[in-house]
Ligand binder design. Structure first.
Ligand SMILES: Cc1ncc(COP(=O)(O)O)c(C=O)c1O
Length: 439
């Protein structure tokens, strides 16, 4: 095995004397036997390390900053508690994510409610819970929020989501800041919304939000978007007396999925964003706003490892060598959804010589259910354990019951200890919501 691959796993990942992969101080081959496979592993220490790095680097660069974890990347009660303990704030995009966060005791005042089509009942739920910040997507939503504020007497902080028209050079399914996106308003529409919102009874727009996309490996898109939003705020100030008190640049900070990826450290994003913000506000005579960033992937992706057991193998002449595992697109849709590229390690044969380039196939009834198209592995046999790193983000929350798949268990590992934080689904869970006789 190329030892460098261990860098894609959570910090401190090693190989023990049995030649097994050790994550968070726990032997992954033991974990696979104990909890079964497929198995999602989250390394607690690594999650905390990422939270601290983002908070430290952004606070160092710009004092008035809040780091909100984008919970769509992965959310469960244990994770919400960790994020809270790390003094992060939290993004949710639905009543469901809000319910999970609140059930873990996450303070509502530190939650940002996002979404391009929040329902009235979701907004009412968030108002009732005392959610502190709403990121409004459009004028109709601003009006709805205003009516709720009038009715309840509760006035959360409101940001307006805009699309600055910046291309973040990432996959088109995860690009959101360009003109024509379904999220937020283009600047000319945002200008009209700000004008009309000024006439609403209760509501005040405290600032602007944009999110450019995900898996961004450059600082330029952030700096460009920042400049556009500051110019826009300046115009709105002159024309409408708008004060930019809060500026959220969303998430999107890239991570390494393979050894070819070149993710930037948090400090590089922080430095570039902070200096552009200070310089831009200085030039335009704007007060320095509170800065919000919303990393999701950068906090949890590299903390996650998924374990699979190898089943059947098939060599098709002139085409390739398939190694089928006991999971696939139902627990990791990313390769099928947007050609995401992963690597794998044979967890029980980490020191074995690499012998083959294989195709790791899932077990679901879709030809596109391929996890990795070219995995370099030693000689593989049925029962071997494959470990795929960097699966902590956008795998668990996108898991499905396709083909009657049972969603895997999730465990937290930390310094040699392991704990089940979400049990594996059982067959009876698949029927849990069915109503007898179809009534
Ligand atoms: C509004 C918003 N903020 C933050 C994020 C998190 O992005 P990432 O996980 O790439 O950091 C997303 C992801 O889609 C988003 O839509």
């Amino acid at each position: 095995m190329n030892e460098a691959i261990l860098d894609l796993f959570p910090a401190g990942t090693t190989i023990n004397s049995a030649g097994n992969l050790v994550v968070g101080g726990c032997d992954t081959v033991f974990l696979a036997g104990h909890y079964g496979t497929p198995l999602y592993i989250l390394d607690e220490n690594h999650i905390r390390r990422q939270c601290r790095e983002y908070r430290r680097e952004f606070t160092r660069a710009y004092q008035n900053v809040r780091v909100a974890y984008a919970s769509k990347a992965c959310l469960n009660k244990a994770l919400a508690s960790i994020i809270n303990q790390e003094e992060m704030e939290l993004d949710v995009v639905s009543g469901g994510e809000l319910a999970i966060a609140l059930s873990a005791g996450f303070p509502a005042a530190k939650i940002y409610f996002h979404g391009n089509n929040k329902s009235k009942s979701e907004l009412e739920y968030a108002f009732q819970a005392g959610v502190g910040h709403f990121v409004a997507d459009n004028l109709a939503e601003l009006e709805l929020i205003d009516r709720l504020a009038g009715k309840t007497g509760y006035l959360p902080e409101i940001l307006l989501r805009v699309t600055p028209g910046v291309d973040a050079h990432t996959h088109h399914h995860i690009t959101t800041g360009v003109a024509g996106s379904k999220f937020g308003l283009p600047l000319e529409d945002a200008a009209r919304a700000i004008k009309q919102a000024a006439g609403l009874a209760s509501l005040e727009i405290a600032g602007l939000h944009c999110h450019l996309g995900s898996q961004i490996h450059e600082v330029e898109p952030y700096v460009k978007a920042l400049g556009i939003l500051l110019e826009f705020s300046h115009t709105m100030k002159i024309e409408q007396g708008f004060e930019l008190k809060v500026l959220s640049l969303g998430g999107g900070f890239g991570v390494n999925y393979t050894l070819e990826d070149k993710a930037l450290p948090a400090g590089v994003y922080a430095g570039a964003i902070a200096s552009a913000l200070v310089a831009g506000c200085g030039e335009l005579g704007l007060e320095l706003p509170r800065l919000v960033i919303e990393p999701g992937r950068a906090i949890v992706a590299s903390a996650g490892v998924t374990l699979y057991s190898v089943g059947m193998q098939k060599k098709i002449r002139g085409f390739g060598h398939y190694v089928a595992v006991d999971g696939g697109m139902a627990d990791n849709i990313r390769p099928a959804l947007y050609d995401a590229v992963y690597t794998a390690v044979a967890a029980n044969k980490v020191n074995h010589r690499i012998e083959n380039e294989v195709i790791i196939a899932g077990k679901y009834c879709e030809s596109g259910d391929i996890l990795i198209r070219n995995a370099s592995l030693p000689v593989i046999e049925a029962g071997d354990i494959l470990a795929i790193p960097v699966t902590g983000a956008y795998c668990m929350p996108m898991a499905s019951n396709y083909n009657g798949a049972l969603k895997p268990a999730v465990i937290l590992v930390n310094k040699g200890k392991h704990r089940l934080i979400r049990r594996r689904e059982e067959y009876r869970d698949l029927m849990y919501l069915d109503v007898e006789g179809g009534q």
